[in-house]
Each structure stands twice: as C-alpha cells, then as structure tokens.
Design a protein around this ligand. Structure first.
Ligand SMILES: NC(=O)c1ccc[n+]([C@@H]2O[C@H](COP(=O)([O-])OP(=O)(O)OC[C@H]3O[C@@H](n4cnc5c(N)ncnc54)[C@H](OP(=O)(O)O)[C@@H]3O)[C@@H](O)[C@H]2O)c1
Length: 305
C-alpha cells in the first residue's frame, strides 16, 4: 500500500512517520522535505494536485494544519487555505482513483457550553477562526464523497516542538511561580498515542469491505479530563518525581479572564470516544498514564509502533 503523509514535520506527523510504515510504503511530505519530489507548500493548490497525481496514493494521512490558534484570528486567509480548503482538494483528487483519506480535526469545533463529553453527533459552534476553519475542512472533505475518516482530537503534546508540555518544561526551569488557566477543561492527548491509534485504526478500517467501509467523524483523545492548571501540576509532579527537575515551581490557578488571548477557547471540550472504541477497538489510556509514557520516552523508543 502506498501512503502519503502530509505534515510529516509536525508533532503528530513526526510520530506518524514512525508508526505508519507497518502498513505500507510511506511518502512523507513537508515544506522542508529533503526529497525535492515530496517538498510541498500545501497552500498552493497546483503543487498539491501535482504531488497527489504523481503519487496516486492508496491512503493520504493529512497531519498538516494551521495550528496557531491565536494567530489565526488575524491570519484568516492562511488558516483557511490549509484548514478549510486543503482537505477538499485532497478528497476530490483521491476520490478519482478510489483512495482513502484520514484527516484530523479539533475539539475547538465546539463552543464549550456542554456539561457532558461531546459526542460526534453534538452540534458544533466554533468560537474562533481556527475552529471555524477546521470545521469547514471536515465538511469540505466529506462533500467530496471520498472514503474518509476525520479524527477529532484535543490538547496534543509531545516532547518535540512547541506545545504545552515543552512550554511548561522550559518555564518551569526558568521560574519559581507560574500562573495557569484553571477554568478550561479538556483532555491532554499525546502525539505518540495518536499516531499509534491512527495506525491501528487505518489498518482495521482499510480491511473493511470497500462498500461497507465506515466514514465520517470519530473522536480520538486520551481518557479523562483536566484543566490546563491540572495538566501543568501533573507535569511538574511527574518530572520532579523522576528527579529531572531540582525544584518544582509553584503553579497558581487563574481564570481565563486573567489571561486574555486573541482567540476565545471553549471552557469545556472533553470528547466522548465511545464511538471510536466501538468501531475500531481503540481503548484510550488515561491522560495521566499517557503523560508518564511520554516523559519516560516510551513513544520515542526506536522499535515502538
Ligand atoms: N496541537 C493541538 O493541540 C491540536 C489539538 C486538536 C487538534 N489538532 C489537530 O491535529 C493535527 C496535527 O496537529 P499538530 O499538533 O501535529 O500540528 P503542528 O505540530 O503544528 O504540525 C502541523 C504541520 O503542518 C504543516 N503545515 C502548515 N502549513 C503548511 C503548508 N502551507 N505547507 C506544508 N505544510 C504545512 C506545518 O509545517 P511547518 O513545520 O513547515 O510549519 C507543520 O509541520 C492537526 O490537524 C490539528 O488541527 C491539534
């Protein structure tokens, strides 16, 4: 099977690049791919068409996205091109040769007013440009009629790149006290878990008979819920317990109102993953044990898939 991985240099893309080869031959595309034929600026539709037409992959896994949530508020065009338009371009091309697409979306498609974990059937109502652009991308992909899965995830982190975990580890080494928002609830989900789960899902899904193959949106996160403050506290507890941080900073809970950002974020964006468990047998780890695995380097071990 020929697989085209888009966004291979991102945090999730990096882990997918390690796990997807168990399924087939992986062609990893990014803006800075060493192989000229896989280097692609995905905001350029002609370049996207040329990449897809040349490879004609059986499966496209799209981990590329415009993920700067605050910057998106003032950079609507760029966020729209990658998050809203690109999934439709991919879907309409891949449908031509009967291929399949796995794409990712976000908990930020919801407005956060629910009091239960959001299911795939709950009404969406994004609060900002990023969430709106990601929702438009889900819809554009579905409208092409291609075989597709949209995996909605949340609060993605890893030991690589810029994310909440790496930011906390940096700030924790520099400061004695940190203030972290304690009134937004979600589920920290490691990129390593997501990559392994995606690979398992793809394997199961592609073995389904083509005409009976499931399509649509599935929620995929770790289990449980936390606030950003709870997540930060857990990070420092775990790191201090392993002796990697000489002194634990004090983490002060603050309200969202005390930390104004350009983009409004949902106060509650926990996702219900029951449908994904039923369809593909993915049992999500508790977010805290997932964090321990990340910090222990389990997802970075050479032989891990
Ligand atoms: N991060 C989160 O907390 C979170 C939460 C919910 C859902 N998600 C979703 O999960 C998926 C993976 O996110 P992630 O955290 O891995 O994001 P990430 O680390 O920001 O990676 C996104 C990748 O997309 C690439 N990209 C952006 N614009 C591009 C362009 N014009 N041409 C080519 N590549 C381009 C970036 O390339 P460069 O490296 O060249 O910039 C980057 O490598 C996304 O669909 C995201 O919306 C993420």
């Amino acid at each position: 099977m020929k697989i085209l991985l888009l966004g291979a240099d991102g945090q999730l893309g990096g882990y997918l690049h390690r796990t997807l080869p168990t399924l087939g031959e992986v062609h990893a595309s990014s803006r800075s791919a060493a192989d000229d034929s896989l280097r692609c600026d995905l905001s350029n539709p002609a370049a996207v068409h040329s990449l897809l037409d040349r490879l004609r992959p059986d499966l496209v896994v799209n981990a590329a996205a415009y993920t700067a949530v605050d910057q998106a508020e003032s950079d609507v065009d760029a966020a729209t091109r990658i998050n809203a338009v690109l999934p439709g371009l991919i879907g309409s091309a891949v449908a031509n040769w009967g291929g399949a697409v796995i794409h990712y979306s976000t908990d930020y498609v919801f407005d956060g007013t629910a009091h239960h974990p959001y299911t795939e059937d709950d009404a969406t109502a994004p609060l900002g440009v990023y969430g709106r652009s990601k929702l438009a991308g889900e819809q554009a992909l579905a409208a092409t009629g291609v075989d597709h899965l949209v995996l909605r995830t949340a609060w993605v982190y890893s030991l690589r790149g810029r994310n909440f975990l790496t930011t906390m580890l940096r700030l924790g080494a520099e400061r004695d006290t940190l203030s972290v928002v304690d009134d937004q609830h979600g589920t920290p989900t490691s990129a390593g878990f997501l990559a392994r789960a995606t690979t398992h899902i793809a394997d199961t899904w592609l073995k389904e008979r083509p005409h009976a193959r499931r399509r649509g949106v599935f929620h995929l996160t770790a289990a449980g819920a936390a606030t950003w403050h709870g997540f930060a506290t857990a990070i420092f507890d775990e790191v201090a317990a392993s002796g990697r941080l000489p002194t634990k900073p004090s983490v002060r809970p603050i309200a969202t109102a005390d930390y104004p950002t350009p983009a409004k974020r949902p106060a509650w964006s926990v996702l219900d993953t029951t449908k994904t468990l039923a369809a593909f047998g993915v049992v999500p780890p508790d977010w805290r044990s997932d964090l321990r695995k990340v910090l222990a380097g389990d997802y970075d071990a050479a032989s891990s898939t």
